[in-house]
Design a binder for this molecule. Structure first.
Ligand code: ZN
Length: 90
């Protein structure tokens, strides 16, 4: 059961609730802002800590093991080859 019905990224930093969190536009840098309907505060969602999604990571690893070099994988997916090597190590 990995699929959550409530978006866990939206959590009020004040009361800690994940329900009754509504979208409230974006800030200057384009990050989603939210508002807690329970205590009424506005907050900014944390930007993603990983620049790449799991799918891209998997694709990179698969490509590597199918014979593409680390540099080649980096080129295909548009990323630093050091990233690719880091993932393969893990
Ligand atoms: Zn709240």
């Amino acid at each position: 059961m990995r699929k959550a019905t409530i978006d866990e990224k939206k959590r009020c930093p004040k009361c800690g609730r994940i329900e009754q969190q509504v979208k409230a536009g974006f800030n200057a840098s384009g990050t989603q802002r939210c508002r807690c309907k329970i205590c009424g505060i506005r907050y900014t969602l944390e930007p993603k800590s990983h620049a790449y999604s799991e799918e891209i990571k998997e694709a990179a690893i698969k490509a590597y093991y199918s014979g593409v070099s680390g540099r080649g994988v980096g080129k295909i997916l548009g990323m630093n080859k050091a990233n690719v090597y880091n993932w393969i190590k893990n």
